[in-house]
Design a protein around this ligand. Structure first.
Ligand SMILES: [Zn+2]
Length: 86
């Protein structure tokens, strides 16, 4: 765990962020990429996720180079909120 003496930039809590594996969705070039099991630090108060910058840059490069071993297409649905909202 990393000791921090600065607050979450979204909710100002100084509670320790939790290291978790999360699902990260990136939209690039009109395609949606869902990365599973991505390490992130999560604010225990507001849930904001903090990612390692170089890690994101690396994922973006792999997308650009179409070098994503283990990637498989999944079915997805796009739903306009106005269709389901009040
Ligand atoms: Zn927070």
């Amino acid at each position: 765990m990393t000791n921090r003496d600065y607050p979450c930039e979204f909710c100002d809590t100084t509670l320790e962020q939790e290291e978790k594996l999360v699902t990260l969705t990136l939209n690039r070039g009109g395609k949606v990429y869902v990365f599973e099991g991505v390490p992130a630090r999560v604010c225990p108060n507001c849930g904001h996720r903090y990612y390692n910058g170089p890690m994101i840059t690396r994922l973006e490069r792999l997308i650009r180079e179409d070098a994503l071993p283990g990637a498989e297409p999944i079915e997805a649905y796009r739903v306009p909120y106005t269709a389901v909202g009040s």
